[in-house]
Design a protein around this ligand. Structure first.
Ligand code: FEO
Ligand code: CA
Ligand code: CA
Ligand code: CA
Length: 675
């Protein structure tokens, strides 16, 4: 996806990094059932009609898809009533007609009265720490005084793209094509970082809490709002829960094993029912460098996480990111972080009870009996889907008690059966194979090495689990599985039904009895993604889906107040799918189930994050991440994109201003509910 001929260290291409390396990091062979399932799916999907397009395509070859204008009233209608955007690629964003998409917050925007104006040619760590960070990902809204027109926007800043952010650090060169030595591939070479650049990068990571208010139908940032806050890779945090203080979390700088600085690679996240902000730490491996001391006890643990990967050069200036000097430090990352946004000086908590892996997000819901359930994806090829169920119940209004909920509970990993049933397997020390003999002496060990514990329980290795989101209106849960081209034919199973899964799929879980805390459930594939007009792809969008409506690589999602699903993508491209990433509205109910429509699309090189539909359905917030990261396969540009020569200068389009990741507020022109 968004693959460039960039050196691996050139930027932190989360997607590139994930795609660039090997077979995934799961060494186990938990799985498989193959053909049984293919049969099961074709039968069920045909009955339901959701597979109509593919069924036709499979027998007759490619079919002509409806164009946006044709999609009228022929068959069952999707509940989404907007007119689709035309899929395609250009340098700007597009939203469905009748809607406004206004840029609300850009990288570098001041958040405080004393913030410096954004000056990308003279950026400093101090200025960046008082400005909106880079690569906005998760977007959440926490109302103030119950208002849907005034509240706190919480936004993760996942990673930094140096070649797009910093002037004067790129030189163009070329290398031989491995497959064809005659051919040369242009590459960007990036200067080694100095201390200032590293510190700017660290300040551009983390998250933002910012007060926003709707005035005459348009959202405004309240600069210097009393609760405004920047969290960075240097913010002091506390490790809490069963693994806090454990020997394996202690370092020379922190013998307590409880005090850690910073959060990194915060991808998706969540807002809890009690109004705290959750930041999930995802690709933490890229930040560590150095060589672990010979025979160190964490060697296997780190290998399973791909640590150290060394994309960033922070370890040259901050010893804690160098595993030769601070060998336990990586155990202090890869957690779910909870932030009390009502106190801008609160110390964010790394909640170890929710396990340590490449946390994509943490969306939550109150179950029937009041316990709170958090759904968690581990974004790696052949890794797992989890959920965490609190021990205690959520008590409306008892903030102090609710603030302790994430320290006690049970972490479960999903095992998907070939017959459409599933089990949530508890990751509890002493149960099953999670014993001292297997290296799990306490629950802390289980949590620190969650992946290995899940391996031993026989969890189902998935095609890169991303956002997992519960639907309060129908008791179901949607799981985004973005892609996994390394899955071989013999590794195909029910829940991962395609080998070389380039376009990903979406699974729908029905928790038993509609109870999110249930230990069992049923599941089915809601969508296999990709171009439904190409038979070999095997996509299963409904036949009402137009040529604009299909997508590949589902990543984040949101369920709106009416229980409808919105999916944002990561990895659509001019060459791969003939379209940029975007936000698609996916019907999950009735005869139109599987119908998808394009609502918003991003500029060239960008990925679509967020998304968030406010409860009053009058605003959709989306996050445009890494615009301009790519463009060599787009005819409108056709070369490598970097600071001095960008494929887009969205959103400012000023010659002296680089492209800026930004949060966009989408509202209906003249007001009213969306879609
Ligand atoms: Fe940050 Fe899984 O994408
Ligand atoms: Ca993403
Ligand atoms: Ca992704
Ligand atoms: Ca989400």
């Amino acid at each position: 996806m968004t693959e460039h001929a960039l050196p691996r260290h050139a930027a932190f291409p989360t997607s590139r990094l994930e795609d660039a390396d090997g077979e995934g990091l799961n060494p186990t062979a938990n799985r498989t059932m193959g053909e049984i399932i293919t049969a099961r799916f074709s039968r069920r999907d045909l009955l339901r009609g959701a597979l109509a397009t593919t069924a036709i395509a499979a027998t007759l070859g490619p079919v002509a898809l409806l164009s946006a204008g044709d999609a009228k009233a022929e068959g069952p209608a999707s509940r989404f009533d907007f007119t689709e955007v035309e899929a395609g690629v250009d340098e700007t964003h597009h939203v469905a007609s009748g809607y406004d998409a206004d840029v609300l917050l850009r990288w570098g925007d001041p958040l405080f009265a004393d913030s410096s104006a954004f000056d990308p040619r003279n950026q400093t760590p101090e200025a960046q720490a008082r400005q909106f960070g880079y690569n906005n990902d998760y977007v959440g809204f926490i109302p103030l005084n119950g208002s849907s027109e005034h509240g706190l926007l919480v936004v993760n800043h996942e990673y930094t793209n140096e070649h797009l952010m910093f002037p004067g650090i790129v030189s163009l060169s070329e290398k031989a094509d491995e497959k064809n030595p005659e051919k040369k591939i242009p590459i960007l070479a990036i200067k080694d970082a100095d201390r200032t650049r590293v510190d700017i990068e660290m300040a551009a990571h983390g998250g933002t809490v910012v007060e926003i208010r709707k005035v005459e139908g348009k959202w405004q940032v309240v600069r210097d709002g009393a609760l405004n806050r920047r969290i960075t890779a240097g913010t002091e945090m506390e490790l809490t829960g069963p693994a806090a203080g454990h020997l394996r979390l202690q370092t020379a700088a922190d013998p307590s094993g409880r005090r850690v600085f910073g959060t990194i690679n915060n991808c998706a996240g969540g807002v809890t029912p009690w109004g705290t902000y959750i930041m999930a730490e995802e690709n933490i491996h890229g930040y560590f460098t150095g060589k672990l001391p010979e025979g160190h006890r964490e060697a296997a643990n780190y290998k399973r996480m791909g640590i150290p990967e060394g994309t960033y050069q922070w370890g040259r200036f901050h010893e804690r990111f160098d595993v030769s000097k601070a060998p336990n430090e990586p155990n202090r990352f890869g957690w779910v972080v909870e932030v009390d946004v009502m106190d801008p000086n609160s110390v964010p908590k790394k909640r170890t009870a929710l396990g340590r892996f490449k946390h994509e997000g943490a969306e939550s819901i109150v179950s029937k009996d009041g316990r709170v359930v958090f759904y968690l994806g581990d974004d790696e090829r052949f890794d797992y889907v989890y959920k965490f169920v609190t021990k205690d119940r959520f008590v409306e209004g008892d903030r102090a008690a609710n603030m302790r909920l994430l320290d006690e509970g049970t972490l479960f990993v999903a095992k998907f059966g070939e017959d459409g049933t599933m089990e949530w397997l508890p990751l509890v020390q002493g149960q099953g194979k999670l014993t001292a003999e297997n290296g799990f002496e306490t629950q802390a060990d289980v949590l620190i090495e969650t992946r290995r514990a899940a391996d031993l329980l026989g969890a189902t290795p998935m095609d890169r689990p991303e956002d997992v989101e519960p639907n309060a209106t129908n008791g179901r849960v949607y799981v985004m599985l973005t892609n996994n081209t390394r899955r071989k034919e013999e590794q195909v199973d029910a829940a991962n039904p395609r080998a070389k899964n380039a376009f990903g799929h979406i699974i729908e879980i029905h928790e038993e009895g509609g109870d999110f805390a249930a230990a069992k459930g049923r599941w089915e594939v809601l969508l296999k993604c990709g171009d439904p007009s190409v038979a070999e792809v095997g996509a299963t969008f409904s036949s009402e889906t137009t040529k604009n409506g299909w997508f590949g690589m589902p990543d984040n999602c949101s369920v709106d107040t009416e229980g409808r699903l919105w999916v944002s993508t990561d990895g659509n491209s001019p060459k791969g799918t003939g379209r940029t990433d975007g936000l698609w509205a996916v019907e999950t109910e009735g005869a139109a189930r599987g119908t998808s429509k394009l609502f918003f699309r991003v500029p060239v090189g960008a990925e679509m994050c967020g998304p968030l539909l406010l409860p009053d359905m009058q605003t959709a917030f989306v996050a445009v991440q890494h615009p301009g990261d790519g463009g060599e396969d787009w005819e409108g540009f056709g070369r490598l994109s970097y600071y001095e020569d960008l494929s887009t200068r969205w959103p400012d389009f000023q010659p002296d201003m680089p492209t800026r990741p930004s949060v966009v507020a989408i509202t209906r022109q003249g007001g009213g509910r969306i879609a």
